[in-house]
Design a protein around this ligand. Structure first.
Ligand code: UD1
Ligand code: CA
Length: 452
């Protein structure tokens, strides 16, 4: 039986934020979720989250799939683990098996590492296996003190002598423990240290002294254990996770022209041979098909783009684009825009809650809101669906093969029949039958020699 404990009760003072540290996001996902998801992906089902500081803000992030325990005051990592004692107790005794302790501020930990760590602890029957790493700059981390190659203790930065500060092997803050042994050792830790905190790391020295089997598991990839304590480290974690995501996409056949300047969130899916240009931001549950080109400063959120689509310098929110749509530069889809096959929307066109049937063109300076537009209809430059009277929204229905003249105001609710035509500059307030011409405009007046 393997359980996981996620320490997420700390305030994160070094973040200098109003928000609890573990709720800060990288690649669109809160720090603590990265850790929980890694534990899940490692096959661990029984997960306990220790919350404390602003737990009301963290709980919604973890309550669906973990058991929450509260650490009333944040007295240190050892005290945080202790807060889970009741949750780990069954019939008056600590549940048998392994407990893997993870920090909610280490989003780079991988499921593979968790699996390896548990395997080592179980195979060697160790009281604890601590995950460690060699760091060029070990500042801030607990140092792994060894004697004859065996771990004998962990010393925190604040307590470290100059000699100990030179040690480059550091504590990742991830441990796989024999649960019973862990809670036994926790009874013996105190807070007689620089920070006045109960350090979880002290269990190592205690268990060594008692002759328990303690060992370390050295990680090769130093990026995996980065703890996020400040906003500088938040950006570092973001870079690493972005690089991982980008690499995964490229391995699946996506072309990223400059991965370093592309921001693609964890949840995004992209098909092969699609080209992503620099400056593109792809977020949320966005799914992009094959052979698309996403160019310029484009941001796409929670949208579905099928295949062979071209988008340039545009914003797309909660919308659907079918095959061969072309869009932009400088167009904006707001929620519930549905552009069917081969639709083209161009410069400064905004579409909201509207369906554009195949072949519709709106090339310039247009607003389409609460509208349906039939197949192959052409929307002239400067057209506006006047869908709002200040209180309510109304629909505009435009038929197939319609020609909407430039600068037509379509005052909703209004229906335009198939194959109809509106004259440029018309304010259309009444329905237009199919095949009809509708013009609403004063006669032009010419006054000769007026300027003289
Ligand atoms: C800790 C380790 C250090 C290790 C480093 C790795 C200790 C004493 N030190 O230091 O050896 O190198 O992690 O990143 O454990 N937390 C609580 N309750 C508390 C205090 C902290 O839940 O009372 C949580 C925090 O929210 C955080 C995690 O525990 O997610 C680690 O705490 P943090 O203060 O960041 O520890 P470090 O100083 O980084
Ligand atoms: Ca930390």
């Amino acid at each position: 039986m393997v359980s996981a404990l996620i320490l997420a009760a700390g305030a994160g003072t070094r973040m200098k934020s109003d928000k609890p540290k573990v709720a800060h996001e990288v690649l669109g996902k809160p720090l603590v979720r990265w850790v929980i998801d890694a534990a899940h992906d490692a096959g661990i089902k029984d997960i306990i989250s220790v919350l404390g500081y602003q737990s009301e803000k963290v709980a919604p992030l973890v309550e669906d799939d973990t058991q929450i325990v509260i650490q009333e005051s944040q007295l240190g990592t050892g005290d945080a683990v202790n807060a889970a004692r009741d949750a780990m107790t069954e019939n008056g005794v600590i549940k048998p098996g392994s407990l893997i302790v993870l920090s909610g501020d280490c989003p780079l930990i991988t499921p593979e590492t968790i699996v390896e760590l548990v395997k080592k602890q179980q195979e060697t029957q160790a009281a604890v296996v601590v995950l460690t790493m060699q760091l060029e700059n070990p500042f801030g981390y607990g140092r792994i003190v060894k004697e004859n190659g065996n771990v004998i203790g962990i010393v925190e930065e604040k307590e470290a002598s100059d000699e100990i500060k030179k040690i480059k092997e550091v504590n990742a803050g991830v441990y796989c423990c024999n649960a019973k042994e862990l809670f036994k050792a926790l009874d013996k830790i105190d807070n007689n240290n620089e920070k006045g905190e109960y350090y979880l790391t002290d269990i190592i020295g205690i268990q060594v002294k008692e002759g328990k089997k303690v060992s370390s598991f050295v990680l090769e990839d130093s990026e995996e254990i980065l703890g996020v304590n400040s906003k500088v480290e938040l950006a570092q974690a973001s870079r690493v996770l972005r690089e991982r995501k980008n690499k995964e996409l490229m391995e699946e056949g996506v072309i990223l022209i400059d991965p370093a300047t592309t921001y693609i969130e964890e949840t995004v899916k992209i098909g092969k041979d699609t080209v992503i240009y620099p400056g593109v931001i792809l977020q949320g549950n966005t799914v992009i098909g094959e052979n698309c080109e996403i160019i310029g400063n484009t941001r796409i959120i929670d949208s579905v783009l099928k295949n062979d689509i071209r988008v340039e310098s545009s914003v797309i929110e909660e919308s659907i684009l079918e095959d061969k749509v072309t869009m932009g530069p400088f167009a904006h889809l707001r929620p519930k825009a549905h552009l069917k096959e081969k639709v083209h929307i161009g410069n400064f066109v905004e579409v909201k809650k509207s369906t554009l049937e195949p072949g519709v063109k709106a090339g310039h300076l247009t607003y389409l809101g609460n509208a349906t537009v039939g197949r192959d209809t052409n929307i002239g430059a400067g057209t506006i669906t006047c869908n709002y009277d200040g209180i309510n929204k109304f629909d505009t229905n435009i038929g197939e093969k319609v020609f909407i003249g430039s600068s037509t105001m379509l005052v909703a609710p209004v229906n335009i029949g198939d194959n109809a035509l509106t004259g440029a500059g018309s304010v259309i307030t009444k329905d237009v039958p199919e095949d009809a011409l509708a013009v609403e405009r004063n006669k032009q007046i010419i006054k000769l020699k007026w300027r003289k």
